[in-house]
Design a protein around this ligand. Structure first.
Ligand SMILES: Cc1cc2nc3c(=O)[nH]c(=O)nc-3n(C[C@H](O)[C@H](O)[C@H](O)COP(=O)(O)OP(=O)(O)OC[C@H]3O[C@@H](n4cnc5c(N)ncnc54)[C@H](O)[C@@H]3O)c2cc1C
Length: 401
């Protein structure tokens, strides 16, 4: 029997595999994609210290190390069901049924699409799909685009699209509806943008971002938007609809008041050949539900989170989680969490020689989070504390399926 099966060969899964294999465990990773690395493969951005974070290179390094340590990696294999065995787990995949003592779910996150009139036209895609096309498959999604949704993900990926030669007409607000929620509200969007002002290339925005209030910033927001890397960012304009006969040809936009009402008479059309929708991320946690893991909702972490502690243990015996399934954070945090999971599992299987390594790894997650270049949601640290407290309270009700 395998000691540990990991679902997901992203940064969390690969780092967990490395830590577990370094302690002598027999580890197998299953991933439905054709390459290891998960969402790392799409990432390319410059950090404030000038260092270029190249996700493909980072993924190669982790993959190479895992292979050297004897980790068995199965690609193009989807996991669709889990069942508790007398000892351990049965993992049902598109290849075969795997049997393991422990199971780590490192399945990452999925995107939330925001419905927009015209979004079924060819040429409309999620921002993550555009990232995969350009950075993973090396296909330019089009020549000229508009991005709907002003958030950390859209800023990062639009910059990547610009680097691959796409002309960006702008990043604009979505139309208000049940799904877009606060992401259509200029003030709420400005609040989250101000948290990112430290990333701006302009010292004026970096400095100003620390002092200005969201209300004031929206009130005095330039009509033409402000530019970051030359990309127009608009919190006072929204996309009303996507237009085209057989494929995307244009978007119809309108200006909005500071409180988010469309201003009649300001409608106009912009020609584009593709549109990206950036609605945010939510943990991909269905397998944890199948495994019987209890959940709790944390908006700051991106949605319903399988209850777990800082050691990445869940309430279900032999089941662990790491990475974006535990809440939306950056790749470096996912890597740090993966290491914690690998060490904890090694300890639980009595393979870890130096127990102090776990506490060091847990501290490293906190430090990595505090130093992270981007925070997907404000209040992540507070939400994590609440989550861990909730886990301690529910620990007495440990589920043993
Ligand atoms: C579209 C998108 C863009 C992002 N861009 C950035 C960015 O620019 N910078 C940044 O820091 N963070 C970004 N993130 C966040 C990113 O997810 C984390 O940084 C990091 O990659 C999370 O690591 P992970 O290992 O938890 O998950 P992932 O990297 O998402 O890896 C999860 C893996 O699990 C596999 N998987 C999922 N379900 C199954 C299943 N049932 N069977 C088999 N395999 C399965 C997937 O194929 C995937 O390879 C982005 C996330 C998304 C979704």
């Amino acid at each position: 029997m395998i000691d540990l099966v990991i679902v997901g060969a992203g940064p969390a899964g690969l780092c967990a595999a490395i830590a577990a294999a370094e302690n002598g465990l027999k580890v197998c990773i299953l991933d439905e994609f054709i390459q290891p690395g998960g969402r790392l493969l799409g990432q390319l951005h410059q950090e404030p210290n000038g260092y270029w974070w190249n996700g493909i290179e980072e993924a190669h390094k982790l993959h190479k190390k895992a292979v050297q340590l004897g980790v068995d990696i199965h690609l193009g294999v989807s996991v669709y069901d889990l069942q508790k065995a007398e000892k351990g787990w049965f993992v049902y995949s598109s290849d075969k049924i795997f049997e393991s003592m422990c199971l780590l779910l490192a399945t990452g996150a999925s995107e939330t699409p925001i419905p927009v009139p015209g979004w079924t036209l060819p040429g409309v895609m999620s921002i993550g799909a555009a990232q995969v096309m350009s950075n993973v498959h090396r296909v330019k999604p089009g020549e000229k685009c508009v991005v709907i949704g002003v958030n950390v993900l859209s800023l990062a990926i639009t910059r990547e699209l610009q680097l691959c030669g796409v002309e960006i007409e702008g990043i604009l607000l979505p139309h208000p509806n049940l799904v877009s929620g606060e992401s259509a509200d200029p003030e709420r969007v400005m609040q989250s943008l101000l948290r990112l002002s430290h990333l701006a290339p302009s010292p004026f925005i970096r400095f100003g971002g620390k002092w200005v209030t969201p209300k004031l910033a929206v009130q005095f927001f330039p009509k033409k938007g402000f530019k970051m890397w030359g990309i127009p960012i608009q919190v006072r304009s929204r996309v009303l609809s996507i237009l085209g006969e057989k494929q995307v040809e244009a978007v119809r936009i309108a200006n909005v008041t500071p409180s988010g009402d469309s201003i009649p008479g300001t409608e106009k059309e912009i020609s584009v050949d593709f549109v990206c929708i950036a609605g945010g991320l939510t943990p991909l946690s269905e397998l944890a539900a199948i495994a019987g893991c209890p959940f709790q909702f944390f908006a700051e972490l991106g949605g319903y989170i399988p209850l777990h502690n800082e050691y990445m243990q869940t309430d279900v015996q032999g089941l662990y989680v790491a990475g974006n399934i535990t809440g939306i954070e950056s790749a470096k945090v996912a890597m740090a969490q993966g290491k914690v999971a690998g060490l904890t599992i090694s300890k639980d299987l009595k393979a870890l020689k130096d127990i102090t390594k776990i506490e060091d790894a847990v501290k490293n997650v906190v430090v990595t989070r505090r130093n992270a270049m981007i925070q997907f949601h404000p209040g992540i640290e507070k939400a994590r504390t609440e989550l861990y407290n909730e886990f301690s309270r529910s620990r007495g009700k440990m589920i043993s399926i």
